[in-house]
Design a binder for this molecule. Sequence first.
Ligand SMILES: [Fe+2]
Length: 252
Amino acid sequence: MILVTCDTHCYYDTINQQLAYAENELGHAISCIIHLGDFGLYKSHLHDFFIKKGQRFMRPLYCIDGNHEDFNALEKLTKKYQAFFTYLPRGTVHRIEGYRFLALGGAAYMDSMLTEQGAIITDHQINACLAFARAEVDIILTHDCPTGIGVPSTPGLDHFGATGFPRSQELAAHFQPKLWLFGHHHKWFSCSDGHTAYYGLEGAWKGFGLLDDDFRLTIIKHRLEWEKTPFIEKLLAKLKIIRPDGPRELSD
Ligand SMILES: [Fe+2]
């Protein structure tokens, strides 16, 4: 069973807490973890967790990028910490536990205050995905959702228009995967278009998905207690001096 999670926003320990719940309380054997972005690829937080505190994930973890990562340092950081987790670059396919996963991190443009340039999915990356044949991909992993499947926008962000990233429907039509998993919107979501079952996940502190070996994803709602972000940390995040706000304050 693969544990699927997303949007930890640097609170990496939530992953181990949810994994322990899945194994010890629910009795599922978890082979690995797939993270759908907004992992929190920030130098100071990675150093604090892996080096200073010596923490490790209890199972191999594979992640795509979201829109809240340090894109200037992404390549360097994912290489430095590759012994502790594996980054799946945009437009690449990876065989994990028997499935072929197409990875496409990033998100649609919202506005210049909320969207770093590096977050935006480019035409080049979409084309790299489309260069794979339909038969080479089982499951699509994205951070943002596809357009046109009805993921509601978040109150306060609806003026940015309909949810989803451009050209996502080209991927849906080309691959018609059995499953498409995404995060970013901090909402539980599921629908099917006849070919593809789409699942959107809440942030890691609200639960996770369990993917079996027959394309079935089960949503487990399990809320973790959360330490309130100190005011000074919120201020520094707003000024982009440290990582973005904790999940309770985030809407994407
Ligand atoms: Fe996001």
